[in-house]
Unconditional design. Structure first.
Length: 217
């Protein structure tokens, strides 16, 4: 939604990376889980009510959206000047790198021109195929076997953990590959007790993904 709004308003979008280290040890510093009283919020972002990872800045005609996932940040602002001011302000508080215009975020590659933006999970899809040992499988253009219906019958599969990992991975792939949503939903219905017919249906989806690696949003 943030990307769509920024594109429609022709806002610049940058990605930032916070340089941090996750330590296994005792901390001598006080760690606040909530903002302490008297803390001066210099950047003046407010937390979105609908998404805890989204922060919104609004001052007069200026506006900005900041998305945070762990140490990855996506920042969209109403002007390049405002974007750079926010980046400079963040630099004063945190050690971070401005990676420039948005091009790869959370497994999604972004290609932008003057009128549109193309989102693709090609690299992520290839990783899923590697996990399933199907990187060189024969592709198919038919997502679902219309002649059969998935039920609870069939022999249990040998590796249900892999099945669940692949099904969950396919769920994430539906962010940009909406055409597989229906088939993935049916595969995920059987994650609790996957059987051989369910695995065959999952592999069919992966074969479709193999043949549509250039698809996106």
């Amino acid at each position: 939604m943030v990307v769509s709004l920024a594109l429609s308003w022709n806002w610049p979008i940058h990605q930032l990376d916070v340089k941090n280290a996750f330590l296994n040890g005792d901390l001598s510093e006080t760690v606040y889980m909530y903002q302490p009283p008297g803390y001066a919020n210099r950047v003046s972002f407010s937390l979105s009510r609908c998404d805890s990872s989204l922060f919104i800045y609004q001052h007069g005609s200026e506006a900005a959206y900041l998305l945070i996932y762990a140490d990855d940040i996506e920042l969209a602002a109403s002007s390049t000047n405002l974007l750079q001011r926010i980046v400079s302000s963040l630099h004063k508080e945190f050690d971070m790198t401005d990676l420039g215009a948005l091009n790869y975020f959370l497994g999604i590659s972004v290609t932008r021109d003057s009128t549109c933006m193309f989102l693709s999970q090609n690299k992520y899809a290839l990783e899923l195929l590697d996990m399933a040992h199907m990187a060189n499988c024969n592709p198919t253009r038919m997502l679902v076997d219309t002649e059969s219906k998935l039920g609870s019958d069939g022999d249990p599969i040998s590796d249900p953990t892999l099945y669940r990992s692949l099904a969950g991975g396919l769920q994430y792939l539906t962010f940009t590959c909406l055409d597989i949503s229906y088939a993935v939903q049916h595969v995920c219905l059987h994650m609790n007790d996957p059987r051989e017919p369910h695995l065959a249906a999952l592999k069919r989806v992966l074969r479709y993904v193999r043949g549509t690696l250039d698809f996106g949003l």
